[in-house]
Design a protein around this ligand. Structure first.
Ligand code: TRP
Ligand code: ZN
Length: 898
């Protein structure tokens, strides 16, 4: 591995094509920790052997912020040298024991990578390159070893001592100390190592697998939080059962542990047998957590559990292959959540939510300066590549494979993948090959090399579709041209393989039978067309009238579809499409169309943005007894400001904000009596359960309350704000309470202040609820520039701490990344605030700083004066000396973009 800075001290990019196998393998690792917050001693005894297949090279071990005390080779003091952060040893035999003794300082570890202390408990985070902050090591995922770990600590302060695998021994030590020894029965890369030590309690559950084997499941939290672990445990049980039932993948450990910490850079981490979680994705009871929290917990618990196979048993050869485990595991957690749904409507709701994330976060990433392929070609700091492209687009690539080989074929492919590669560190190519090999007669097999362009080419493909009806031949020809804009480092793109699910409706909305030109048989329902050329024509025959095409059903590929639907066609799809995704999508297209017209017209025109047909259609949706509440709530949610902005070449964020606000105000007043009725019919959901049906009703009732308070704002009505305050006080669960609070805050009602104060008083000891309290205020609609001063005020609140990532996110990110109307100020004060916070955070926690740095990714699309001011703010950050690699990479790429 090369040193990571050049002669000028600038970070050097790591390139995928430079991959070479390691010069040595590490077979066993025996770690002994003497845990002490100020000075933890780490003894690392390893068995190494030279890799016979690699060129002879010295051993180069990675380290970071370690104090090195001793190096022994086969028990003898060895000569070594330091090259930057690497410990280099020459002249080693082919096989040997290496013993390294180091110390580190967990209490000063604000980066939260390696060994750190959170609320008097020790935790580790090693992915991607944190293990080198614990001991010198070959810190790369293709070096897989067997681990034995002994933890020693003061027993009163750290009664629970956990690591990967099985507990084989524990006992007392002199001076009030004790020890525990853990052996992991599986070899693993060092990024999956974990330890936890502290005062924790566990909810436990035993489950019996299909083969009759018993397993112990544990969820560890701080003593006061045990009453918030039931849902996480249920989610874990469901995950174990699901992976066995759907993919035949069993739990391979006697004991499986989850531990929650309130100081964590990301959501959670899949360390073998010892998953470590952000408390946000573990703790829930009905008083403190919303329906969205419950659903996120289910997904994240599933996600980390599914990594036990997709990531841990089969891991990545190098970090360029990150999506091998992340894309696949997101796909698996999405399927898990869908399979837990009782009906097709709830499944569709989950699909729509996932696509919304993809389109509002990943599409902009793919169009911006950080655009990268699902399998990147280079990086400066790998932490910056834990992105929506790797995760969510990666999941879509896996989903397209399933579409191309069918659900059963995909299950066969997964089985082959794990048979072939168990215990190995492999590549995205290996995965695609296994799915194709298990399905030799599939379109995936036929088109595999081309399909893999989804791994190598960045950018979102665009489909331009155009339909022509031929009355004489009773045929309809759809021409589809695909294209993809250049991305940084990739000037031209080759055509992708794109599965397009399609159906045809008649003008009254009935599904038409389908027959392609040259085919003998008629088919019914959805068909998958597989596009692979730059332009294609598909002719449907036997049609008595021009059909309404329902294209890209279920969002069968991560592409942008352009089709000149008339408003009438979209209204037909919205009212009738049997595919719920496209039914929702038709409503989004209508809303987007109105928004774009409103934005273009605003300078001269003050007529309402939404026409009567749209309002009537929304009313019909609300009144339709056949549609679920959750689905209605999604249809009535207008496209986000971020999504609208992406459709524009030049973005005036204030104008986007104003128009969307106007649309919301119009929906509020035009549908006032419907909102009242919707609220009355849906607000009582009985005893709390977080299932899709009752959470859908709470979501719709919450939306109604929001619109009712918004309408009250213009009419001066005080009844609904009063009712909302009462609702806030009486609510039996956090979802209803928070929705009521949100309705008061976002309508800017004077009652909001007392509700906020009361909310804080009730939940002052619940960190995750206080995060919501901060986040709601920092993300509230701006009125005359009042949010930035409020944000600055909130940062002075005694509960605020920039060192806690959840708290920093709740205030700073809620403002900079999730409140465009407040952040993009004509006076540039939002950008100045952003640059100061990026620099401040960078000195504390580079990963969190680099995430925040991405808030201005799309600066070059902004209209003046925003564009120049944003660029200046980024340049100010980039000019700061001693920036972390993380932040340096983000801001230099942003400036290079345009
Ligand atoms: N592998 C983790 C997941 O997706 C991601 C993760 C957790 C992570 N913590 C991290 C990545 C810290 C980088 C740094 O489940
Ligand atoms: Zn993951």
């Amino acid at each position: 591995m090369l040193l990571q800075r050049d002669a000028q001290g600038q970070p050097i990019a790591i390139r995928r094509e430079d991959y070479s196998a390691p010069a040595f393998w590490i077979d066993t690792v025996d770690l002994t920790f003497d845990l002490d917050p100020a000075k933890t001693r780490v003894l690392n005894r390893m068995q190494l052997r030279r890799n016979p297949d690699a060129p002879a090279q010295p051993l180069r071990l990675d380290g970071d912020e370690l104090n090195l005390a001793r190096v022994l080779v086969n028990g003898q003091g060895a000569s070594f040298r330091m090259e930057g952060d690497q410990l280099v040893i020459d002249g080693l035999p082919d096989a040997f024991e290496l013993e390294i003794f180091t110390t580190c300082c967990p209490i000063k570890n604000t980066k939260l990578m390696g060994l750190f202390v959170s609320e008097d408990t020790f935790f580790t985070q090693c992915e991607a390159e944190g293990f080198r902050r614990i001991t010198y090591f070959l810190d790369r995922p293709d070096v897989m070893a067997m681990y034995t770990v002994t933890l020693r600590a003061n027993k009163a302060a750290y009664p629970v001592l956990l690591s990967n695998g099985n507990l084989v021994e524990q006992g007392e030590l002199p001076e009030g100390r004790h020890f525990a020894k853990w052996v992991d029965p599986f070899k693993k890369p060092c990024y999956l190592f974990a330890l936890v030590a502290g005062k924790l309690v566990a909810r436990e559950q035993r489950i019996t697998a299909r083969n009759g084997k018993e397993h112990l499941l544990q969820v560890y939290v701080r003593a006061g939080d045990l009453d918030k672990t039931e849902h996480a445990m249920n989610s874990l049980v469901n995950s174990v059962l699901w992976d066995e039932a759907r993919f035949g993948l069993p739990l391979d450990l006697d004991r499986f542990m989850i531990v929650a910490t309130s100081d964590f850079n990301m959501g959670a981490m899949e360390n073998k047998g010892l998953n470590i979680f952000n408390t946000k994705y573990v703790l829930a009871n009905q008083a403190t957590a919303t329906d969205a929290d419950y659903s996120n917990i289910e997904s994240v618990v599933g996600h980390e559990y599914f990594h036990n196979w997709s990531g841990d048993r089969v891991t990545c050869r190098d970090w360029f292959q990150l999506s091998l485990k992340e894309g696949l595991t997101v796909f698996r957690d999405q399927e898990f959540s869908q399979d837990l749904c009782a009906d097709a409507s709830a499944r569709a709701v989950k699909r729509i939510e996932d696509v919304r994330v993809l389109r509002t976060a990943q599409f902009p990433e793919d169009a911006g300066p950080m655009a990268h392929p699902v399998r990147p070609d280079s990086y400066i700091e790998i932490s910056n590549f834990y992105t929506v492209t790797i995760y969510e687009k990666g999941a879509e690539v896996v989903r397209m494979m399933q579409t191309l080989v069918g659900r059963k074929g995909f299950e066969k492919g997964i089985t082959l993948y794990f048979e072939r590669h168990d215990g190995q560190a492999v590549t995205c190519d290996d995965f695609a090959q296994a799915i194709a090999d298990a399905n030799p007669d599939s379109e995936l097999s036929r088109l595999l090399p081309q399909f893999k362009r989804w791994y190598s080419q960045a950018g979102t493909p665009r489909l331009a579709a155009h339909g022509v009806y031929d009355a004489q031949n009773r045929s309809y020809t759809l021409s589809i041209v695909q294209s993809c804009l250049p991305t940084p480092g990739q000037a031209t793109k080759e055509p992708f393989v794109i599965p397009v699910n399609i159906g045809l409706l008649d003008a009254s909305g009935r599904e038409l039978p389908m027959q392609l030109e040259g085919e003998e048989h008629i088919t019914h329902g959805t068909r998958t067309l597989v596009l692979s050329r730059a332009g294609e024509q598909i002719t449907f025959v036997g049609l008595d009238a021009p059909p309404v095409p329902s294209i890209l059903r279920g969002f069968s590929a991560p592409v942008i579809l352009d089709f000149e639907y008339t408003d009438a066609q979209l209204l037909t799809l919205l009212a009738n499409d049997p595919d719920p995704f496209n039914r929702w999508e038709a409503g989004q297209r209508l809303g987007l169309r109105a928004a774009l017209q409103g934005i273009a017209a605003l300078a001269t025109d003050t007529t309402p943005v939404l026409n009567d047909a749209y309002i009537d259609a929304m009313r019909s949706v609300l009144r339709n007894p056949k549609l679920d509440a959750a689905f209605k709530e999604l249809v009535l949610t207008l496209p986000s400001e971020t999504y609208i902005a992406e459709q524009l070449d030049v973005v005036d964020p204030q104008r986007v904000h104003l128009v969307r606000d106007a649309m919301r105000a119009q929906l509020a007043t035009a549908l006032f009596s419907d909102w009242q009725q919707v609220y009355e019919e849906n607000h009582d959901t009985g005893a709390y359960t977080p299932d899709p049906t009752s959470s859908g009703r709470r979501a719709l009732a919450g939306m109604a309350l929001n619109f009712l308070c918004l309408a009250a704002r213009s009419s001066g009505d005080t009844v609904w704000p009063g009712k909302t305050l009462q609702r806030f006080k009486d609510a039996g669960n956090m979802t209803d309470r928070f929705n009521a609070l949100n309705a008061l805050v976002s309508s800017g009602h004077t009652l909001a202040a007392q509700a906020l104060a009361r909310f804080h008083a009730i939940f002052k000891d619940e960190a995750l609820v206080i995060d919501k309290w901060f986040s709601l205020q920092a993300g509230a609609p701006d009125r005359g520039g009042d949010i930035l001063p409020l944000v600055k005020q909130l940062m002075k609140h005694p509960d605020f701490s920039i060192k806690n990532p959840n708290r920093a996110r709740s205030v700073i990110f809620s403002y900079c990344s999730a409140n465009p109307g407040a952040f993009h100020r004509p006076d540039a004060a939002g950008y100045v605030f952003w640059s100061e916070r990026v620099i401040e955070l960078d000195a504390i926690n580079p990963q969190v700083a680099a995430r925040l740095a991405r808030a201005l990714d799309r600066w070059s699309k902004l209209a003046e004066p925003y564009r120049s001011a944003a660029r200046e703010a980024i340049a100010r950050v980039a000019a700061k000396p001693d920036l972390s690699k993380d932040t340096h990479e983000v801001v230099t790429r942003a400036l290079a973009g345009n």
